[in-house]
Unconditional design. Structure first.
Length: 767
């Protein structure tokens, strides 16, 4: 008999792979062993070649559902003596090469036990098994074993230890195994209730209209009664969050279907291992929800089902929908430490319920949305359930490159030993607390995976925190530095997702967002690129319009409207209602000689929203664009009737389109029809550029393509005639930038583009 060594790479730790291999080997009467290492699963078996082939076939076919096998290699070894098949001790001598397993939502079996009053885990808020529970959020080192996670301080009781060692048990080799006798404990940081069940007390507080902070998988969540207008208003005031929508926690899909439309695809996402927040179209307004206070001015609700036992217990006892929003002040990262909860949540939460299991990698919940007509999934945020691995085949991206990402939707990424990693969403790094969070997660990820970085990629914008950090890191570690234009990185990210970076046929890239520092020093945001021969050629964009009042232009839609309509405006009355006398005199002067121009599609949406008076101010990113989409969705128009498009050289005349819209408004055309025609016109714009350039393949990226109405229109109008490529698992917003930066470094353009610096930095730019 021959002895074989089998090496399995991919997502094979934290998914019950060792117990699966053990059971399979025993069922096939094979001798040998299996172990975790820092580069995957290693198996030794004694078998003839046909049996080996059958074993490998079954490994692939019957692998745990949450696993992802990237590669299986086998080699013949010297004959060894085995008396049985065993799971042996893990080792950490190999270079880390793993797809890190994300946190896995509560499984059906654990949920059933949680509700069974005869089960010893009845009402135990931290029940898990090999198929569910925290993974990434509690990792400290590799390989994945109890002693390398924050579960190491919890010693299993005899009963749990028996389960752990029993091959027929669902918790055989479950590294997070625990129970009320030996496991994680709940305790109150504030509003303590002695000798009272914590879950019951939390529900009692919620029934009294209180706001309760509860430590979940990725950090603290603020829970509140979603049916109480008074309570939701109170939460908004305390959190300083005037209008950004809140996510809501529902007990199950059936409860959710009472108020929202839930497709098969949406239901599957809600009940998946990832258990993200899913943005759903509202069905009706009734007493089941204080919707106007939860999602003011919008027609969708962010819905989630319990992803952890503690949320399942609270939701099932409370019975009504609950607000479930990240515990933080507006703009700051999620709170995950007890000391920070006491510091930052005082004055927001009436009570704070924590536990004694540490969170290593804090995360917000992932967010997805599906387009209504074609059910195209759009990832809005990568967090719990998705981060940190990106499942690209080995060789898709250049190896050992570090991308520092952008600013408002920050996330960093790196490649190491053939795998790609993208951090969870880290927030807006103009905020100091988000910079601290970025730094914390950066250091922990490097400690976990120990990458050997050979090149650094940053955004071309010199003032981004991420750009400055990347330059400093490159200088300190003496690595090559690439400064990459924002929108080229966007396009490179979606090309990488579809493995289009090396293909020969040209691809038209459409990158629309709020802003990005352009090669010409202006603010770009509506770019068409022709990607051909691994180079980017900027073909078309919105006509430049002046940047006015700096950040105020992104906050007040009227400023964007004035700028995009310059040198005209919607009229003297419109101006008087929105600007002071001094501003009415100053703005034309600024517009005449601005310090910068922009081609931003995001600001163009703001301008249209301001013109139609559907939103005066952006209190969060994209608010006005969302309001414009909601307005357009109210239109009864069924025909295709875009506005006439004025193309001058390589630009789309924004002034001309807004003037046409303004004329319709003055002629009493319903605003919802104008808004819909605005969306139609932009789709027509894409079609015109594609046809003019003979483009068969079109790829899309940028935050504008979070707009489900726009995406459905593109799929409907262009889908039959073109090959369309949207992001799959990466968000189209700036969270994808870091992956795009890495992808871009592989292209020949980095060697020739005068805007790309590829030598190590000699000095640090301080702003």
């Amino acid at each position: 008999m021959k002895t074989w060594h089998i090496h399995i790479e991919g997502r094979v730790q934290g998914v019950g792979f060792r117990p699966f291999v053990y059971r399979l080997a025993r069922a096939m009467n094979l001798l040998g062993n299996v172990a975790n290492t820092t580069n995957g699963i290693h198996i030794h078996i004694v078998a003839e070649k046909p049996v080996l082939n059958d074993f490998i076939h079954r490994l692939k076919k019957e692998a745990p559902a949450a696993s992802k096998i990237r590669d299986i290699n086998y080699t013949l070894k010297e004959d060894a003596e085995f008396t049985s098949f065993k799971i042996i001790e893990s080792t950490n001598t190999a270079k880390p090469k793993l797809l890190i397993t994300p946190d896995i939502a509560l499984c059906a079996s654990c949920k059933k036990e949680l509700k069974d009053n005869l089960n010893r885990r009845f009402n135990y808020a931290f029940t898990t098994c090999t198929e569910c529970g925290p993974r990434y959020s509690i990792m400290e080192q590799l390989p994945y074993d109890r002693e390398t996670t924050s579960m190491k301080s919890f010693v299993m009781c005899p009963t749990c230890k028996t389960e752990f060692n029993a091959e027929e048990n669902r918790r055989f080799y479950s590294q997070t195994n625990s129970c009320p006798a030996c496991g994680v404990e709940l305790r109150w940081l504030s509003n303590e209730a002695s000798n009272v069940d914590p879950i019951s007390h939390a529900v009692r507080l919620l029934n009294d209209g209180k706001i309760v902070a509860v430590k979940g998988i990725g950090g603290f969540l603020l829970l509140a009664d979603a049916t109480s207008k008074k309570t939701v208003k109170k939460l908004r005031e305390r959190k300083n969050r005037p209008s950004k929508p809140f996510a809501c926690l529902f007990t199950d899909v059936e409860q959710l279907r009472k108020i929202a439309q839930v497709s098969e695809e949406e239901a599957a996402a809600l009940q998946s291992d990832e258990a993200p927040i899913v943005l759903l179209k509202l069905k009706r307004l009734k007493r089941e929800l204080a919707f106007s206070e939860i999602s003011p001015g919008l027609n969708r609700i962010g819905a989630m089902l319990p992803n952890a036992p503690i949320l399942e217990l609270i939701a099932s006892k409370f019975q009504l929908p609950l607000i479930a929003t990240s515990a933080n002040t507006s703009g700051s990262p999620i709170v995950f430490k007890d000391e920070d909860a006491l510091r930052f949540l005082d004055g927001i939460a009436d009570a704070i319920l924590t536990n004694n299991r540490e969170i290593t990698f804090p995360q917000d919940d992932s967010v997805v949305v599906f387009t209504p007509k074609f059910q195209k999934k759009i990832v809005i945020r990568r967090g719990r359930g998705k981060a940190p691995s990106v499942d690209f085949p080995e060789g898709r991206l250049p190896n050992n490159i570090l991308g520092f990402g952008a600013e408002m939707k920050s996330a960093f990424a790196f490649t190491s030993n053939g795998n790609a990693y993208l951090s969870q969403y880290l927030g807006d790094t103009t905020n100091y607390d988000s910079q601290v969070s970025y730094e914390l997660n950066f250091e922990k990820m490097f400690s976990l995976l120990k990458p050997k970085i050979e090149g650094v990629a940053v955004d071309l914008h010199p003032n981004y925190y991420s750009s400055q950090k990347g330059k400093a890191w490159s200088l300190a570690h003496e690595t090559k530095l690439c400064q990459i234009q924002h929108h080229k990185a966007h396009l490179a990210a979606v090309l990488a997702e579809h493995d289009l970076l090396k293909q020969k046929a040209p691809v038209l890239g459409v990158v629309w967002d709020g802003l990005g520092y352009g090669d010409d020093g202006q603010i770009w945001g509506s770019e068409f690129f022709l990607f051909e021969n691994q180079s980017f050629n900027r073909l078309h964009h919105l006509s430049y319009y002046p940047v006015l009042a700096n950040n105020r232009m992104a906050l007040e839609t009227s400023v964007a409207t004035f700028s995009a309509m310059w040198p005209n405006n919607p009229g003297k009355v419109w101006m008087r209602k929105r600007f002071s006398a001094a501003e009415q005199e100053l703005f034309p002067q600024l517009a005449e000689n601005p310090s910068q121009y922009t081609s931003s599609m995001g600001r163009f949406f703001d301008a249209a929203a301001g013109l139609l008076n559907c939103k005066k101010r952006n209190t969060f990113e994209g608010e006005a664009a969302m309001a414009l989409q909601v307005l357009a969705e109210k239109s009864k128009i069924t025909s295709w009737n875009p506005y006439c498009i004025a193309l001058i050289d390589n630009t789309f005349n924004v002034h001309y389109l807004l003037m046409k819209m303004d004329l319709d408004k003055k002629n009493q055309v319903p605003k919802e029809d104008i808004a819909l025609r605005f969306h139609q016109t932009l789709v027509q714009y894409i079609a015109l550029i594609a046809d003019y350039n003979g483009s068969q393949k079109i790829a899309f990226s940028g935050g504008v393509f979070q707009n489900t109405l726009l995406v459905d229109m593109i799929l409907e109008r262009l889908g039959p005639y073109h090959e369309l490529y949207f992001h799959r698992e990466l968000p189209p917003n700036d969270e994808c930038i870091a992956i795009g930066q890495i992808a871009y470094t592989a292209l020949h353009e980095t060697k020739n583009d005068p805007n790309i610096r590829t030598e190590p930095e000699k000095e640090i730019l301080c702003v």
